[in-house]
Design a binder for this molecule. Structure first.
Ligand SMILES: Nc1ncnc2c1ncn2[C@@H]1O[C@H](COP(=O)(O)OP(=O)(O)OP(=O)(O)O)[C@@H](O)[C@H]1O
Ligand SMILES: [Mg+2]
Length: 306
């Protein structure tokens, strides 16, 4: 991760008002380094989708958006589209050809690849996403989860250097969700692809992101998942949730469990429990004490968003 710290994306002071007058972004700034995986979180309507659509010039607001040091503007649109692939929140916005094969071939054809190169790209993408047998299916007749995968495939067939994903795990069953996480991480590890995603799936963030940005019209916080999730006031102010396992360990702490850094994933929880048991003669000690019920009650109320 960001060994050389070369900037892949640099956004400065981005402001955008939709044509009907809705202010979606007001001075958003962030940078993403090459090879990094970042998650953008924030409440509904915070401007996440609007922000992502600026990364390849679909939308253009005031401020500065640069990709690998190049300004995203009209003149460079073709070049930028090759480098930044956006998987839309709604797959119906991405798939419009009569067959899945055609949808996957569309990008590479437009990039000017030769017929056999296009075929090769499409076949490679179909294999890597497990979409064998779907080549001749009509994208509009696929299920929600299948469409989601097909939309990712349509972008991957262009082999972008930066993969932008808008709610990639939404509507996926647990197996497809796991697969998606693996696909994205493999692309990042093996091919060094930079990943930027907007997501409400807080349980997927620890497995998918090196860094997290909280966006609420502008970037209000930035840090590791651990830092962001540990900031209760920030979470509440932005309608954000922490992973379930994190909440459970907060409750365990009320029962006297000693834990400085609360785990964000089941694997981390297992590590923590094992370590605690090892230093305590194979046992984990929990107890009920005087103010425990009040503490738990207070904790529970902190997670209610009214
Ligand atoms: N095409 C549009 N025309 C007018 N307003 C829009 C348009 N698209 C989005 N908006 C508004 O811009 C604001 C930001 O919307 P956006 O879709 O970027 O939010 P989001 O953070 O992606 O939300 P969600 O978590 O629900 O996906 C909202 O107030 C929304 O109503
Ligand atoms: Mg959105």
């Amino acid at each position: 991760m960001n060994k050389m710290k070369k900037e892949a994306i640099s956004v400065k002071n981005l402001t955008y008002t939709h044509p009907d007058g809705t202010k979606a972004l007001e001075g958003a700034s962030l940078e993403v380094y090459e090879g990094e995986r970042v998650a953008i979180v924030g409440p509904n309507g915070a401007g996440k989708t609007t922000f992502l659509l600026h990364l390849n010039g679909i939308l253009r607001g005031s401020g500065q958006v640069e990709v690998f040091g190049k300004k995203v503007d009209k003149e460079k649109k073709e070049e930028i589209i090759k480098e930044v692939g956006i998987v839309f929140q709604d797959p119906d916005d991405q798939l419009f050809m009569p067959t899945l094969f055609d949808d996957l071939a569309f990008g590479p054809i437009n990039m000017g690849l030769k017929e056999d190169e296009v075929r090769e790209r499409v076949e490679k993408t179909i294999l890597s996403l497990g979409l064998m047998g779907y080549e001749n299916r009509c994208p509009h007749h696929l299920s929600g989860g299948e469409k989601k995968k097909a939309a990712l495939a349509a972008v991957m067939s262009m082999e972008p250097k930066i993969l932008v994903l808008d709610e990639p795990t939404a509507n996926l069953d647990p197996k497809s969700r796991e697969e998606l996480i693996k696909i994205v991480n493999d692309l990042n590890e093996r091919e060094g692809i930079t990943v930027v995603m907007a997501t409400h799936d807080v349980n997927a963030i620890p497995a998918l992101a090196d860094r997290v940005f909280v966006l609420n019209k502008r970037v209000v916080a930035e840090g590791t998942a651990q830092e962001i999730f540990s900031d209760g006031a920030l979470m509440k102010a932005n309608n954000l949730e922490v992973p379930e396992v994190f909440k459970l360990f907060e409750v365990l702490r009320c029962f006297g469990y000693n834990c400085e850094e609360l785990p964000l994933s089941i694997d981390k929880a297992i590590e923590h429990l094992t370590r605690t048991a090892e230093v305590n003669g194979g046992h984990i000690h929990l107890h009920i004490h005087e103010h425990m019920h009040d503490k738990v009650k207070k904790l529970r109320s902190e997670y209610k968003h009214h």
